[in-house]
Design a protein around this ligand. Sequence first.
Ligand SMILES: [Zn+2]
Length: 416
Amino acid sequence: MRRNTRTWPVFSVNTRRSRIDPSPPYQRGLVWSRSKKQLFIDSLIRDFDIPKLYLRRTDDANSQYEWEVVDGQQRLNAIWEFLGNEYPVSNDAAPVGNHRIGGKLFKDLNANVQEQLQGYELNIVELEESEDQEIEDMFIRLQSGMPLNAAENRNAISGPIRDFVRNVASTHQLITDSIAFPNRRFAHDEIVAQMLMIEINGGPAPVTSSRLRAMYENGSRFNERSASASKFKRVLNFLAQSFPEKSPELTKTNVLSLYTVASESLSKYAISNRAKSFGKWFVDFEKRRKEHQEKPEDQIEPEMYSYQLAILQASASEPSQRERRRVLIEDLLTYMPDLRLLDDQRLFTSEQRASIFRKSNGKCADPSSNPDCVGKCVWDNFHADHIVPYSSGGRTVVNNGQVLCPSCNLKKSDSH
Ligand SMILES: [Zn+2]
């Protein structure tokens, strides 16, 4: 790697704007607040010394860019936006000489002040003949003065998982169009990485920063064509069909839960062509959940209550994910009581059983003909019975299920 030190006046940074790649893959998202940008511009106007900027010369003839920003992304952006009149000097800025500058856009500044700013000479270190790895190391070192958050740090780890996550986060419709939170400081990469981890794990997993970091570091053999990567994309496509437009329901916590539910449902149930209903179901669930929060204490539904508790836990924690998953799948099956199992097995799944039990509040379906019927069953002792028997072609779906108490179940099986 060769280093050349140059000075570029601010105006030439501006004319070279289209030739500088402000966000190469290892870079962080934009994090400077307006007041920070204003302070920086004020420093330039008043000719304060500022640290060097690092640009890497790209050797790629096919690239539209001649340089990429290794360090100085926020500063360059502050310059570009200010010269583009996107924000003013801070209101309380002191005059420069006898020119008032407070609250003014670049175009409204006195011509001398404009010139002073445009002529400020920035110290640039131009890096040539550098390897990706060298640049990423350098990026991490240069940033050590201002700690990166976990997602930004992960993003500086090169490898197939980072690239895959980046690509999905910046191109998949679910992320670009449907989710309800902005991509501040790699929030989109974070949610994609968390979903991927859940898929690789085969269900709820602690998706903490340290676990995600380990996944990035140990993922050198990750393959986009692997079974888990294909399944991952299938689930994302399903969710994108479920929520074709920006949906306020798709918060960070909800996206993670929905991923878990969709992934499991696609593996177990014949739901792949019912994405639209899946989306409607969740919107309805969120509506009921919000209404439930307004309800007086004596009308609290235990399921909603336990879901609410799970939301209050960290969404990265595994127990919270498991509980949300359980409540959501049972609710989904109640909403779509005709949802078939893919393998058409005879036994109801535990979520189907729960939904069947709740449907009748645990009451035995046929107490009249049996004097020993207990009437209302308890949760851990009831039979989920096929209304139309499985042997006669009855399906293992919630709306073909009913509760029988142990005694009635015995009587029914004797009579068959
Ligand atoms: Zn009974």
